[in-house]
Design a protein around this ligand. Structure first.
Ligand SMILES: [Zn+2]
Length: 421
């Protein structure tokens, strides 16, 4: 007997309406299913998707917006200052509580995989210790990866030592922030240090790269070149690369070839980047985004992330990856017929490959991680951003959300008759 059967669902991969049977946490059968089951869900021809995948969030800074003070300028540097202040008073319990609240909020929306940055600039590594325990606590339904992220740079002795300690404590990957180092040379050194540590400790690399509206910030080429030289390639991801939108076309052509050869992944965060970038441009101001459409068309893996969630850097955020995808459609000029599928992939299959997930997707023998939404296809889903009505993790119901229902009281037919008379 099956544990759970979902009758009559629509899949993105075909036009057929199918049933899905789950046993022992695994998708046992896809097709027509008439065998008995313990639990039955009527799919009602709704769309069944694999979960959304968040490839860049900060669980340590989430829900701290306004503490210890509001960010008056709204700018990144004031945000970093406020965060450095908040961090002095942060406790283990505080981090655990905030992280669990965000994870619950996002899981209910169908996000069951998450890569979180953790600032390692704190000598006590309080946030990291808390998030390592959170990772364990939520592992029954959420795959959480942690990245040691040296917000204050890697050139100082402490910066390097604390990142090493974070590796010993058990982060999955490590980062660097080359464009915030004092000089170009120190930026390159920080990338090199990150790669060396990743090779020594078998971690992936996820670099905050060129998150600045400065066409002279060119660390992307450095990261890509190291990816080739070290052979780490697909195990390397860069976030943001906003400076790329200020590069000369001839240089972009050269860079694209290097990126293709390097096989590195790109994560873009439209909600945060459009709020943070372009502020110092004269009019017309930049769109705040890297060249997502060009990168995608060049065959580079691009994922869309939510990133900050009510933090000193960003006073908004709901945890919805559909809202990030929806914004990207506009900013990247991706409203062509094929673009909706491409952008849906950027919050599902593409970040799944960034996170190196195995067995992701709706296939027989894969783990049963599924979400059911009232939509017909990628276009409909991104346009209306409906709630995830049913979220199933490892074969078990994790969350249910009722879709909003509207009752309309005005009698429109009567209004029309009056107009016609
Ligand atoms: Zn971020």
């Amino acid at each position: 007997m099956f544990d759970l059967v979902i009758k009559e669902v629509r899949l993105l991969s075909s036009d057929d309406i199918v049933d899905i049977a789950i046993k022992d946490g695994v998708i046992e059968k896809i097709g027509q299913i008439d065998e008995p089951c313990q639990q039955l869900i009527q799919g009602e021809r709704r769309l069944l998707l694999p979960p959304y995948v968040e490839s860049h969030i900060h669980l340590d800074t989430a829900l701290t917006s306004g503490k210890p003070a509001v960010n008056h300028s709204g700018e990144l540097f004031e945000g970093i200052q406020l965060w450095n202040q908040y961090r002095q008073t942060m406790t283990y319990e505080d981090v655990v509580n905030r992280a669990l609240e965000v994870i619950k909020t996002m899981a209910a929306q169908g996000v069951l995989y998450m890569r979180s940055m953790v600032d390692t600039s704190d000598p006590e590594l309080t946030a990291l210790r808390a998030l390592l325990d959170v990772k364990e606590t939520v592992s029954s339904f959420m795959t959480l990866q942690l990245v040691g992220f040296p917000q204050n740079g890697l050139s100082s002795k402490e910066g390097k030592e604390q990142l090493k300690q974070a590796i010993e404590l058990g982060v999955d990957g490590i980062s660097a922030v080359p464009h915030l180092e004092a000089t170009r040379e120190k930026g390159i050194q920080s990338v090199e240090t990150c790669y060396q540590l990743a090779l020594e400790h078998d971690c992936f690399v996820h670099i905050f790269c060129d998150e600045i509206d400065d066409g002279q910030s060119r660390f992307l080429e450095v990261v890509a070149d190291f990816a080739i030289e070290t052979g780490l390639k697909e195990r390397v991801t860069v976030s943001h690369i906003n400076a790329m939108s200020y590069y000369e076309e001839a240089y972009v052509r050269k860079l694209m070839g290097l990126l293709q050869a390097s096989k590195i992944n790109v994560v873009t965060a439209p909600l945060i980047s459009t709020a943070m970038q372009g502020r110092l441009d004269s009019w017309p101001k930049g769109r705040g985004m890297t060249r997502v459409k060009d990168l995608h068309q060049a065959g580079i893996t691009v994922a869309v992330a939510h990133d900050d969630f009510l933090s000193p850097f960003y006073p908004l955020g709901t945890g919805s990856l559909l809202s990030a995808g929806h914004l990207l459609l506009h900013l990247a000029h991706m409203t062509g017929a094929d673009d909706f599928d491409a952008v849906l992939n950027m919050i599902t299959t593409k970040p799944a490959s960034v996170l190196e997930l195995k067995g992701y997707g709706i296939k027989e023998r894969n783990e049963a991680n599924l979400i059911l939404v009232s939509a017909t296809n990628a276009h409909d889903l991104l346009r209306r951003q409906p709630v995830a009505e049913v979220v199933i993790s490892k074969g078990e119901m994790l969350a249910e959300t009722t879709r909003p229902q509207t009752v309309f009281y005005s009698n429109l037919n009567q209004v029309r008759e009056e107009v016609e008379q």
